[in-house]
Each structure stands twice: as structure tokens, then as C-alpha cells.
Design a protein around this ligand. Structure first.
Ligand code: SF4
Ligand code: SF4
Length: 349
């Protein structure tokens, strides 16, 4: 007979760091958090309103009674040097979508175990069916820190969360003993390159580099924060890297499938020359926050990074991009070229 104990044992056996279970009603106060965020940043209302689906789960799943929430550590993989501080680490080792990864396989096996035990389940691996950080916090698996990331004592914020709705009343909570953020700490806020993280627990998604380099940032030449994005071309780890609770928590001791091979294809210069078919098939399927129709953004992001840390080796690539088949890329490249020409003609001006 399956019960809370056997579910947790199975999760740990499959390599999850931890597992908890809460009633689905416990997630409902997430709505208050969401409304507070919308009140602070009304311009993000149209995006944030979508997250109201994360509460009142019985509307979509009338049979659901509890939420199983599992913590999976990703801060264990070797990150290729050339991709550090260019692509956010999570997206390089994203076990939600790489079917060959042990993390993905553990997820499938865990769900099979639940189903074989007679539980009805629902999950959504890419975006989650509910507010994952809030659910994990409610289950006592860790805490949400001032940079809004979920942390466990063992792995810091280098974890991702998976949730399953189940049709059975269960509860399994930990006594979370994580120390809170020190009163005087604001390292994450100070480090944020765009001031998107403007106060504790408050992040403006419209100015966050993670958003600007993926699903937002439609015209990088007109983006007011383009010069603050630095080298990043997909995501941003700055507010996590700056946090003392992440110090020495990333252990580079496992290989993520196909990551080294992929890394050989990625550099700012290689992206400028990258074939659109490759961007649409290989790159877009791994880094799914830039969809197939928007893969030109990889090139406009690379051009922006070239401008932000310009060296003369980039010049032929920027010129080449002026003849790219995509109009957005041509426009961006011409703008970058113009900026560089001005910079070079008055270097201190
Ligand atoms: S991910 Fe980067 S831009 Fe976004 S809040 Fe954190 S430091 Fe700021
Ligand atoms: S940097 Fe400081 S304030 Fe920010 S999340 Fe870490 S401990 Fe908390």
C-alpha cells in the first residue's frame, strides 16, 4: 500500500534530494503574492495573470487532492568554460526536457511508480502545474530567499522543482531549518545588472536579463537595458551567484548528456554564422524559451554581447551580420556597427 513514507523513499531512491506533500488548498494564498506583484508592476499584469491558473487547482483537476513536490539538484554538472556567464547554468543542464538525462528518467520512473501504486496523477514538466517554489516552501523543503529563488540547505538555489497532483489526501512536511537571509544582506540586489531585483522579494520581470534575452527583448537595439545585459545571451545567474548561501554549493562532478558537444558549437562568433535550420532544430529544442519563430534573437543577443564587450575580432562577424537573411539581425548589426564606429572615433568620449 502506497503512503507518504513509501513515496518519499522512492523519490530519494531515484536521486531526488527531497520530497514533500501538501493539500492542494495550501497553494491558494499564492494568489495574494501574485496580486501584490501585479500591484507593484502593473505593466506585467498581462503575463502574471496567467499564473492564476496555479491556484484553485480543482477547477482544472476536480479529482486532485494533494500535491507531491520533489527537489532535484542540478548544481552537480560540469559547465563548459566557454558557456559560463553567457548562458544561465540551469538551461544548460535542464533535466525537465533532456530525455537522456538521469533527472528526466527519474521523473518518468517516479510517475510510473505513483501510477502503478494506483494514484491518478497530473504534471507538467516544463512550466509546472502549480506555483512550485511556494508549494516546496509550504512542504518545508527549503525557503524562498530575497532574490526570489528557492533554496535548500544542502544545494542552495541550484535545484529545480517538480510537482504532481494526486487524487489522494496525503501530507508530508519537513521542519525546515534554513537560516533566513541576514538582516543586512542585499548582495543579490546590489549585483543585479538592471535593478530588476529592486528590493527584497521584488523583481520586475520586464527588466530582468533572463526575460530580456528570451521571451521579451524584441528589439535589442531599442532595449533601454541593452548595455546592462553584458555577456549574457540566454538567461542570467547574477543574483544567484552573488548569494553567500550558494557559496561552494555547485559541485562540478557529473557530465550532462551532449553538453560538451553542444558547447563546441556555441560562441558569439559561431552564433552569428549559425545556420537557421540548426538554430530552429537543435538550439531551439534545448533552449525552449526562444521559440523556433524567434531564433533570430540568438543572433541579436550575440551582437548585443559583442557590443558590450567589444574586441576587434568581432568586427568581421558584425559586418557579416549586416547581410544576414533576417531583417531584425541586419538592423541590429547595422546599429552595433554604428555604435562601434562612434566608440572607435572618440574612445574616451
Ligand atoms: S536574473 Fe539577473 S537580471 Fe534577473 S533579477 Fe537576477 S540578477 Fe537581476
Ligand atoms: S544575497 Fe543575501 S539577501 Fe540576497 S538572497 Fe542571498 S542571503 Fe538573501
Amino acid at each position: 500500500m502506497v503512503n507518504e513514507k513509501s513515496i518519499k523513499e522512492k523519490a530519494l531512491e531515484l536521486g531526488y534530494e527531497d520530497c514533500g506533500i501538501i493539500s492542494i488548498s495550501e497553494i491558494n494564498d499564492y494568489m495574494e503574492k501574485l496580486n501584490n506583484r501585479i500591484g507593484k508592476f502593473p505593466n506585467t499584469k498581462k503575463y502574471l495573470e496567467n499564473f492564476s491558473r496555479f491556484v484553485n487547482l480543482n477547477e482544472g483537476f476536480p479529482w486532485a487532492k494533494s500535491i507531491i513536490i520533489c527537489v532535484q539538484k542540478y548544481g552537480k554538472y560540469i559547465i563548459p568554460n566557454n558557456l559560463k556567464n553567457v548562458i544561465a547554468k540551469y538551461y544548460l543542464v535542464d533535466g525537465r526536457i533532456n530525455e537522456q538525462s538521469v533527472d528526466f528518467q527519474a521523473s518518468i520512473e517516479f510517475e510510473t511508480f505513483l501510477n502503478k501504486a494506483g494514484l491518478k496523477t497530473a504534471t507538467e514538466r516544463k512550466f509546472g502545474l502549480t506555483a512550485l517554489r511556494w508549494a516546496a516552501f509550504k512542504a518545508g523543503l527549503g525557503i524562498i530567499r530575497r532574490n526570489n529563488f528557492f533554496y535548500t540547505e544542502k544545494s542552495g538555489s541550484w535545484v529545480y522543482l517538480e510537482a504532481w497532483l494526486i487524487d489522494c489526501d496525503m501530507e508530508m512536511k519537513n521542519n525546515n531549518n534554513s537560516k533566513p537571509c541576514p538582516n543586512n544582506c542585499n548582495k543579490c540586489i546590489k549585483a543585479c545588472p538592471t535593478q530588476s531585483l529592486c528590493e527584497p522579494y521584488v523583481m520586475n520581470r520586464s527588466t530582468c536579463v533572463s526575460c530580456l534575452t528570451t521571451w521579451e527583448g524584441w528589439d535589442m537595439s531599442k532595449e533601454p537595458n541593452n548595455h546592462n545585459i553584458g555577456n549574457w545571451i540566454y538567461g542570467c545567474d547574477v543574483c544567484q551567484d552573488a548569494c553567500p548561501f550558494n557559496k561552494n554549493k555547485w559541485m562540478e562532478n557529473e557530465q550532462f548528456p551532449q553538453l560538451n558537444e553542444l558547447a563546441e558549437h556555441i560562441s558569439l562568433e559561431k552564433i552569428i554564422e549559425m545556420d537557421y535550420a540548426y538554430l530552429e532544430s537543435i538550439i531551439s529544442s534545448k533552449f525552449f524559451y526562444i521559440g523556433k519563430n524567434d531564433v533570430y534573437k540568438w543572433k541579436t543577443n550575440a551582437l548585443n554581447a559583442m557590443l558590450n564587450n567589444y574586441n576587434e575580432n568581432y568586427l568581421p562577424y558584425i559586418k557579416k551580420a549586416c547581410n544576414d537573411s533576417n531583417e531584425h539581425v541586419r538592423t541590429m548589426a547595422e546599429w552595433v556597427l554604428e555604435k562601434i564606429t562612434v566608440q572607435l572615433s572618440c574612445p574616451r568620449g
